[in-house]
Design a protein around this ligand. Structure first.
Ligand code: HSE
Length: 340
């Protein structure tokens, strides 16, 4: 049995426990061993939950931690401490990966363990592993992605005539939205995700602060009617352009000929353009308890298969990126247009 701990019993942390319980046979099949949740840590006093990280990091049985707390602290301090004890960390925390992912990856390498963050971008889509393993040899010229399930859910519902506030409330009830949903609707969550993707494919560290960012709060129902007349939809996209070395988040007009046009509700779609591969699109549930937890568990299995070594995500070697200017929106237009 591989003993693990879950830090943070929120939506995703609870999902990790559920996935491990429900799919224990499948995990055993791919890993050749079972996974046991030995500890759950939460800052709240809940039955069966520990509050002291030292109990976990000082237990030699614990080999892997799932950090599903969100936010920078105490997630940063706890992750760092675990890695310094040689315990691998699998996280869904995009804010932490964006802010401290390079440092934590270096700490993991020094202590022969891993820092993995599949669930931080694209929810349940096996996105980072695909980029890392199947596209590592490609020269990526562009990534354009619908990367926030909450915004896509809101935009899909607004297009169908629903009010912004009602659609946001539904997204919150379904467990898609961030604790502070401004991070979703103002585009900051997408900014963190596109910065992580740009860093993975470019070999340079792009950070959230370098992303030119606009959210979905200024979109009206008249904009949807106008887009529909022109055979387009409005989507919040994160875009990385390798030639310009630029990253931006903005509502885009997406033509019906693009595969991103039909990506609706909580789904995410990420188009990656490689010099040999051409365009591919990865698609799936971008938020929600079980899809996101499934991505965390996929990292747990990868760590469990490679105990005592470090899985190289490339993050430990990143140097800061020099970021290029994002062209403005053409005069007389309200939105950017997604070129094929
Ligand atoms: N609030 C995020 C979203 C959660 O809606 O996409 C998944 O990162």
């Amino acid at each position: 049995m591989i003993d693990i701990a879950i830090l943070g019993l929120g939506t995703v942390g609870g999902g990790v426990a559920d996935v491990i319980r429900e799919n224990q046979n499948e995990i055993r099949h791919v890993l050749g061993d079972g996974v046991n949740v030995k500890y759950i840590l939460d800052i709240r006093d809940l039955p069966g939950v520990v509050n002291d990280i030292n109990i976990i990091v000082n237990d030699p049985d614990v080999k892997i931690i799932c950090e599903t707390m969100g936010g920078k602290e105490p997630a940063y301090t706890y992750s760092k401490l675990a890695l310094e004890h040689g315990i691998s960390v699998c996280t869904s925390n995009k804010e932490l990966v964006d802010a401290h992912g390079v440092e934590l990856s270096r700490t993991a390498r020094e202590h022969k363990c891993s820092y993995l963050f599949e669930a931080s971008v694209g929810g349940g889509i096996p996105l980072l592993r695909t980029i890392r393993e199947a596209c590592g040899h490609e020269r990526v010229s562009r990534i354009a992605g619908i990367l926030n399930g909450t915004c896509n859910y809101i935009l899909t519902n607004m297009k169908a005539g629903k009010d912004f506030t009602d659609a946001l409330k539904e997204a919150q009830e379904k467990g898609f939205a961030e604790r502070n949903p401004a991070a979703d609707v103002e585009g900051h969550d997408t900014a963190r995700k596109i910065a992580i993707l740009a860093s993975l494919v470019s070999g340079k560290k792009f950070s959230y602060e370098q992303v030119t960012c606009e959210g979905i709060t200024k979109i009206t129902r008249y904009d949807f009617a106008d887009a529909e007349r022109r055979n387009m939809s409005i989507k919040l996209l994160g875009v990385y352009d390798a030639e310009k070395s630029s990253v931006n988040v903005s509502p885009y007009l997406v033509p019906s000929t693009s595969p991103l046009y039909a990506v609706s509700d909580v789904f995410n779609g990420v188009m990656i353009s490689g010099n040999m591969l051409g365009d591919i699109m990865l698609y799936g549930r971008g938020a929600g308890k079980l899809p996101t937890a499934s991505a965390v568990v996929s990292d747990v299995i990868e760590c469990a298969k490679t105990l005592g070594t470090t899985i190289d995500t490339g993050f430990a070697d990143l140097e800061p990126a020099e970021v290029g200017k994002v062209p403005g929106i053409p005069a007389g237009q309200k939105f950017r247009f997604l070129e094929a």
